[in-house]
Design a protein around this ligand. Structure first.
Ligand SMILES: Cc1cc2nc3c(=O)[nH]c(=O)nc-3n(C[C@H](O)[C@H](O)[C@H](O)COP(=O)(O)OP(=O)(O)OC[C@H]3O[C@@H](n4cnc5c(N)ncnc54)[C@H](O)[C@@H]3O)c2cc1C
Length: 367
């Protein structure tokens, strides 16, 4: 045996799983092909999302875990407790802000409603005439690739990382690597993001492409992660292409601008019409963006599951295999909670919250 557990993938989810398993006393071997993934492409907004009870539970636990880790994390993880401002453009969205506050309050999450004047004073760069916002101060941001690396450098006596591509998972759970060698362990965790279907074609995971753009340094332009409240309807659930206003103040003073969503394309090219749509949406809220220099734009693929929740738990029929995949656009946020839950299930401990909503039991229905 090469370890107690082998984790396939060293993105934020694989790294968090390795860390949680090491803390539970397991010797962990992490295999990563270094082919890049969503962790290096995403936004790193740590946000409590409340589309449904399971998402709220997982994101709430996870954001709290990130807050606990933050004082110990290396500076290059660039954690910032900037909070989120959910922007209401009209009275209807302001009513939604109030409902959101109630949902969050019911789960012990603090937030504050800002009227139009308070919003204008908190974020003067926003256009005039917005109705207000809901501030969630417990949310934050981090630089996910460095956070993943940091997680893998804790408990180094228990975690070993090997640069290797897994070519196949054999029937008995043995892993065949690209160089022809094999690795085996009593338990294997699949945490290789959008590549999951190359090893397990039965997984119901679809790519959801996103564009991002980063500006030059303009410190103090924006203070919170700014997200339109229409985000939930305009982007999060949509089946078609969509864009939403979503801007993050990087600790460098740069603005990280999102977001777009497109299903069923694996072409990583930046698409000018989609980028233009996304930037137009941003200008609707942040007119001054037109005067800023952009330094780079790129795309990434979110690994989307049918119900938007990650698959966390034992694979229904594959020997030794456990799943930590399908984190879509929330995997940086939900990595610690996912890892806590999976490590508990794998070691026979009781997780802090119910694992049932994320259980991959109905895979066959989607295959
Ligand atoms: C545009 C965009 C914006 C986003 N914004 C946010 C956000 O603001 N907040 C948030 O919480 N989430 C966000 N996300 C989502 C988040 O980035 C992902 O959910 C998360 O990074 C997934 O991490 P992962 O470890 O599962 O996968 P990945 O980061 O994709 O890592 C998979 C790893 O597996 C390795 N691998 C693949 N195949 C193999 C193989 N066969 N053998 C060995 N290794 C292999 C790869 O090299 C890679 O390192 C965003 C995503 C995108 C695309």
């Amino acid at each position: 045996m090469d370890a107690d557990v082998i984790v396939i993938g060293a993105g934020i989810v694989g790294a968090a799983c390795a860390q949680a398993l090491a803390q539970a006393g397991r010797r962990v071997l992490v295999l990563d092909a270094a082919i890049g993934g969503a962790t290096g492409a995403g936004m790193g907004h740590l946000v409590v999302m409340d589309d449904n009870a399971a998402e709220l539970e997982l994101s709430r636990h996870s954001v709290a875990q990130w807050r606990e880790l933050a004082p110990r994390m290396s500076d290059d993880c660039a954690y910032s407790a900037c909070g989120t401002l959910w922007i209401a453009a009209n009275d209807e969205e302001m009513a939604e802000a109030e409902r959101k506050q109630q949902r969050l309050r019911a789960h012990g999450i603090g937030s504050r409603l800002l009227d139009a004047r308070e919003l204008a004073s908190a974020e003067p760069a926003l256009r005039k005439g917005l109705s207000g916002a809901l501030e969630v101060p417990g949310d934050g941001i981090l630089y996910a690739p460095n956070a993943a690396r940091w997680l893998l450098t804790q408990n180094t006596e228990s975690i070993r990382v090997e640069h290797a591509k897994v070519e196949a998972i054999e029937d008995d759970g043995t892993l065949r690597l690209a160089d022809g060698s094999r690795r085996t362990a009593p338990q294997v965790v699949l945490a290789n993001g959008i590549q999951a279907t190359t090893l397990c074609p039965e997984l119901p995971i679809r790519p959801k492409k996103g564009h991002l753009l980063v500006t030059d340094r303009y410190p103090g332009t924006v203070h919170h992660q700014l997200v339109e409240l229409g985000y939930v309807t305009s982007a999060h659930h949509s089946e078609g292409d969509s864009v939403a206003f979503n801007v993050q103040p990087r600790p460098t003073g740069q603005l990280l601008v999102g977001s777009s969503r497109q299903f069923d394309t694996t072409d990583p090219a930046v698409e000018a019409p989609m980028l233009a749509r996304m930037l137009q949406r941003t200008l609707d809220y942040l007119p001054g963006l037109a005067n800023l220099n952009a330094v780079r734009s790129w795309t990434g693929m979110r690994a989307a599951s049918p119900d938007g929740l990650p698959l966390l738990g034992k694979h229904p029929w594959r020997e030794k295999l456990w799943l930590a995949v399908g984190h879509e656009g929330l995997g940086v946020t939900t990595a610690p909670g996912s890892a806590h839950l999976l490590a508990a299930l794998m070691t026979g401990a009781t997780p802090d919250f119910d694992a049932a909503p994320y259980a991959p039991r109905s895979l066959r229905e989607f295959a």
